[in-house]
Design a protein around this ligand. Structure first.
Ligand code: F6P
Length: 358
């Protein structure tokens, strides 16, 4: 039997996951290894094991597809994340069962493609005797341990496309358009999307805003003869002295969302201008990955196989200075990279007259 490795995709999906799968399969085939793709995240590791053999033929043409061909979930038996900084513990029996499933299948090591929560689980599997390699993934681009994650560029491209479209309708109607974007507690999608899409105001979690300042910025634009204003608001943005807006989920938890409508209402009340809100939501997670994300995904997949070959278990692929390196998963988890209010990027935005409502 050929040596076998396993791979799973966990947490929220994002464009570029299939590029990773393809990269892993092609690099593994070169070493004459077989790749098993476990379905629906860690849940595929539950006895008796739910998997598919991934090979060259089965991964042909998948790079251009959004999502993940082996499925994913951000709930189930292995969830080890409650919120930023929290570490929930995966039950020992669940880890022991998963290890036995992998042993029975002859799978020597496991590649886990996921975000911060999935890396927290990966760490626990590693501690429980399963050799793991992590591949970071999130459209939010908020992991300190890697300068970039695939999926982010595609999400930003969706925001930019939306802003281009909303610009024309906003101008025709002389309206203010508020666009709510994802990103959890980090403002990267809003900042990059807003700058590239020509937003006039960008509201990010890292810079609490003031409704009067937003109205002031819009008033100034009106006085200068502009017909419309575009406001990008990150789902995790909050007013000074206020809190983030959350919505209850069907699972009895809470997720960020809803600030866009509130911002639109407050702008309308202060400026008396027609204001509309557009929530981009999961559009930012779907569709074909951009060129950059296909390349990054491929590089991450190939590197993960290399790390297994070299025995660097317990490490996570990391992108630094245009090169793909690796870092210990233990050093990577629970360390978020946020937008620094004094960063060059924020200053650049201010220099092109973008207001942060502060
Ligand atoms: O972390 C990725 C992300 O898309 C966040 O930007 C967003 O807050 C969250 O996931 C949405 O999660 P769900 O798919 O569970 O609604």
């Amino acid at each position: 039997m050929k040596p076998r490795i396993g791979i799973l995709t966990s947490g929220g999906d994002c464009p570029g996951l299939n590029a990773v799968l393809r990269g892993v399969v092609l690099a593994a085939e070169k070493l004459r290894w077989e790749v098993l793709g476990f379905r629906d995240g860690f849940e595929g590791l539950l006895p008796p094991g739910d998997f598919v053999v991934l090979d060259r033929a089965g991964t042909e043409g998948i790079m251009a597809l959004g999502g993940t061909i082996i499925g994913t979930t951000n709930r189930g038996h292995f969830i080890a994340k409650v919120g930023a900084g929290d570490r929930a513990v995966v039950a020992t029996e669940v880890i022991t069962d998963a290890r036995k499933v992998l042993e029975n299948l002859g799978v020597k090591s496991l590649i886990i493609v996921g975000g911060d929560g999935s890396m927290t689980t990966a760490l626990q599997l590693q501690e429980g005797g399963i050799d793991c390699i992590g591949v970071p993934k999130t459209i939010d681009n908020d992991l300190e341990a890697t300068a970039m994650t695939f999926g982010f560029d595609s999400a930003v491209a969706t925001v930019v496309d939306a802003l281009d479209r909303l610009h024309t309708t906003a101008t025709s109607h002389k309206r203010v358009m508020v666009v709510e974007v994802m990103g959890r507690h980090a403002g990267w999608i809003a900042l990059h999307g807003g700058i590239a899409g020509g937003a006039d105001i960008i509201l990010v979690p890292e810079i609490p805003f003031d409704y009067d300042k937003i109205a002031e910025a819009i008033g100034k634009r009106d006085a200068e003869g502009n017909l419309s204003s575009l406001v990008v608001v990150a789902e995790g943005a909050k007013p000074k002295h206020g809190d983030v807006v959350m919505q209850p989920t069907e699972a009895g938890e809470y997720r960020l969302g809803g600030i866009g409508e509130i911002v639109a209402r407050e702008i309308s009340a202060r400026t008396k201008k027609e204001t509309r809100c557009c929530v981009l939501g999961h559009l930012q997670r779907g569709g074909a990955p951009t060129t950059l994300d296909r390349i990054l995904g491929t590089r991450f997949g190939v590197k993960a196989v290399q790390l297994i070959n070299e025995g660097h278990f317990g490490s996570m692929v990391s992108y630094q200075n245009y090169q793909v390196h690796h870092v210990p998963i233990a050093d990577a988890v629970n360390r978020l990279r946020l937008v620094a209010p004094s960063s060059q990027m924020v200053q650049t935005a201010r220099d092109v007259e973008i207001s942060f409502g502060d």
